[in-house]
Design a protein around this ligand. Structure first.
Ligand code: HEC
Ligand code: HEC
Length: 240
């Protein structure tokens, strides 16, 4: 009778110590997260909210990486923490839509790999701190409908045809590695990278997020949007 009781007590103590530690660390680190972003990332990424309405085309062209000022609506925490430590390409053309790494050939768009550089990586502690700060950035609550999407089933062949042929998403986005457009971010990882609410909202109205988005507004209602998301759920399962 004594043994289990001792064991439980010990676990409680260890657990609360751990909690205490976790909390005090995170308070110190979220301050660092912003500093790290300002020092190492703001050259290429917008961290502070710009005046969206007046974002000029030139400002967009000058951007080197995607904006991060609405990161809190956009990313899944686990993915972000991991990616910052082990970054890999998300947009085949490099993510800077205006540059230069895409060569148009008779065979279609090809990527000039020499023009693409590897993304900076940070260590685990920095990744946690940066993620913690980024996830506080939620300037557009009106664009997010919390919990709007419930995963549903859709036949794979039909869903692929919808994504590729009927909705034309594949012209700019890949739905499997090595297949599809190169100007938009790959979408076979979307359900791991992005929050479902952000995905739905982005498809609904790209320019609400990105005033100079290259993505056409397809004027889709909720049902076809969720159907596309059900497809994203199928293809994310293909990942190793
Ligand atoms: C030299 C410019 C440059 C610097 C410096 C840089 N990035 Fe990036 N970042 C990029 C580009 C370009 C992409 C797009 C890559 C892609 O889509 O494949 C990107 C992509 C990202 C993404 C994924 C964006 C998305 O939604 O697709 C995140 C998150 C990110 N960077 C965070 C950071 C953080 C944090 C730092 C600082 C530690 C940083 N970056 C420093 C250029 C940069
Ligand atoms: C003409 C090219 C084009 C087409 C067609 C297109 N997109 Fe996009 N999409 C983009 C680009 C480029 C981005 C990156 C941000 C931006 O500029 O809007 C994007 C961003 C996205 C995002 C946000 C992803 C992220 O990482 O931030 C989602 C989700 C998305 N598109 C889904 C779709 C779906 C679903 C379709 C089909 C209904 C579609 N797109 C059609 C070009 C396109």
């Amino acid at each position: 009778m004594h043994y289990p009781r001792y064991n439980t007590l010990k676990r409680t103590v260890t657990f609360s110590l751990f909690l205490f530690f976790a909390v005090s660390l995170s308070a110190a680190e979220s301050a660092d997260g912003k500093q790290l972003l300002m020092d190492s990332c703001s050259n290429c990424h917008q961290i502070d909210m710009p005046n969206k309405a007046s974002l000029t085309l030139q400002e967009k062209i000058n951007r080197k990486g995607p904006p991060l000022y609405f990161a809190g609506h956009k990313y899944q925490q686990a993915w972000l923490e991991n990616w910052l430590q082990h970054p890999r390409r998300i947009t085949p053309s490099g993510g800077n839509y205006w540059a230069n790494a895409v060569v148009v050939t008779d065979e279609g768009d090809e990527i000039d790999e020499n023009k693409l550089t590897a993304h900076i990586a940070v260590n685990q502690q920095q990744a946690i701190a940066i993620t913690q700060y980024l996830l506080t950035l939620k300037p557009f609550p009106d664009l997010i409908r919390e919990g709007e999407y419930t995963p549903g089933k859709v036949p794979r062949m039909l869903a692929a045809k919808d994504f590729r042929k009927f909705k034309g998403c594949v012209a700019c986005h890949r739905d499997e590695e090595g297949f599809g457009g190169v100007t938009g971010p790959e979408l076979y990882t979307a359900m791991k990278r992005l929050t479902p609410e952000y995905i739905a909202s982005y498809i609904r109205n790209p320019t609400a997020w990105e005033p100079r988005s290259l993505m056409p507004n397809s004027h889709l209602n909720d049902a076809p949007i969720y159907k596309l998301m059900n497809y994203l759920n199928i293809i994310v399962e293909d990942l190793p």
